[in-house]
Design a binder for this molecule. Structure first.
Ligand code: NAD
Ligand code: IPM
Ligand code: MN
Length: 361
């Protein structure tokens, strides 16, 4: 029996997670997947009840689970809190506690959505790239950090970008191993012309690359990479980069696929346990309206099946169900292509579950 900790979080988190859980329950009921689901409060929802965004009992639940499904955290009502109590801290705390250093963010264009991309169809047709984002180091976690008062009385905010060789090496290995299952190309993105931490990044990635002669490696500065991503995204197979660069580049890559509501992610360590979540946030501007796109979260369940449960055929079934629903013309409002009227989060979830159920029966 596999235990899944479900942490819906804030804003649209609970709305999109509800649909993903229905997909998981459908697999349990129709294909015999042995899963048991347990819920926990995280983020602002946990702060409101317990006075902290990542209560000890939720951390314990997450640690004991085989996989974690998370919605999103954050919202305007918690923005005035000190950083240590903000909902986002829960996510960072979970990632650190679980040691999930490799965050896989696949940007795949479903052919049905070619017209929904903000780029011309010929630029994005067939797009299939994998961003491997370092997730437990870099400027997000570096010390010292804080806000201090200078002798002049002026305040100064500071953060530290640090990477050790072992931190770079393990995420690079994951990127090269991933490339071996794909088109055998890795592009490492850094700012080695300015930042020593990424000068070391480039050196270590180059060293790891020498152990993978079958994988072609290139290096690119992040500013150029951002430009190349919107100029000619199909040049990329696997992109490996630092925590912050990966955060930014993956939101940009999401738009190539038609919507940020399409990108799932898997956060992995050396074990089979993983944290699965859409790359988007809690979307306060549409929360509570029932219009969010649940597909990124549903596709995160597919990643869970593949990486934590070693059920590649069930993962493919979920992805096929999503594709079938897109074939049928159903679209949530974020996917703007001038087609038929948008459907609700629930209607999209209904359709995916129905497609999955009919494929399984
Ligand atoms: P966001 O990703 O929440 O939203 C950006 C834009 O994309 C919004 O217009 C939103 O409506 C839209 N959007 C996002 N997901 C969507 C979906 N599934 N369907 C349709 N539209 C969708 O980013 P933001 O507005 O910068 O941040 C809002 C809050 O979320 C902040 O508190 C931020 O810290 C938090 N956040 C959390 C996570 C996470 O939990 N992993 C990720 C990013 C941001
Ligand atoms: C993401 C989010 C998080 C990040 C925030 C909410 C801490 O933007 O998962 O991409 O920056 O990693
Ligand atoms: Mn982000």
């Amino acid at each position: 029996m596999k235990k899944v900790a479900v942490l819906p979080g804030d804003g649209i988190g609970p709305e999109v997670v509800a649909e993903a859980v229905r997909v998981l329950e459908c697999l349990r009921d129709e294909s015999g997947l042995a899963v048991e689901i347990e819920y926990g409060l995280v983020g602002g929802a946990a702060y409101d009840v317990h006075g902290q965004p990542l209560p000890e009992e939720v951390l314990k639940l997450a640690r004991e689970a085989d996989a974690i499904l998370l919605g999103a955290v954050g919202g305007r009502q918690w923005e005035a809190l000190p950083i240590a109590l903000r909902p986002e801290k829960a996510l960072l705390g979970l990632r650190a506690a679980l040691g999930v250093f490799a965050n896989l963010r696949p940007a795949i264009l479903y052919p049905q959505l070619a017209g929904a991309s903000t780029l011309r169809p010929e630029v994005v047709a067939g797009l299939d790239l994998m961003i491997v984002r370092e997730l437990t180091g870099g400027i997000y976690f570096g010390e010292p950090r804080g806000i201090r008062t200078l002798d002049t009385g002026e305040r100064q905010g500071f953060n530290t970008l640090v990477y050790s060789e072992s931190e770079i090496e393990r995420v690079a290995v994951r990127a090269f191993e991933t490339a071996r299952t794909r088109a055998h190309r890795v592009c490492s993105v850094d700012k080695a012309n300015v930042l020593e931490a990424t000068e070391l990044w480039r050196e270590v990635v180059t060293r790891v690359a020498s152990r993978y002669p079958d994988v072609a490696v290139t290096h690119m500065y992040v500013d150029n990479a951002a430009m190349q991503l919107v100029r000619a995204p199909k040049q990329f197979d696997v992109l490996v980069t630092t925590n912050m660069f990966g955060d930014i580049l993956s939101d940009a890559a999401a738009m190539l696929t038609g919507s940020i509501g399409m990108l799932p992610s898997a956060s992995l360590n050396e074990t089979d346990r993983g944290l699965y979540e859409p790359i988007h946030g809690s979307a306060p501007d549409i929360a509570g309206k029932g219009i969010a796109n649940p597909l990124a979260t549903i596709l995160s369940v597919a990643m869970m099946l593949r990486y934590s449960f070693h059920e590649p055929s069930l993962a493919a079934r979920v992805e096929a169900a999503v594709s079938a629903v897109l074939d049928s013309g159903l679209r949530t409002a974020d996917i703007r292509e001038g087609g038929p009227a948008a459907v609700s989060t629930r209607a999209m979830g209904d359709a995916v579950v129905a497609a999955l159920r009919s494929a399984l029966s």
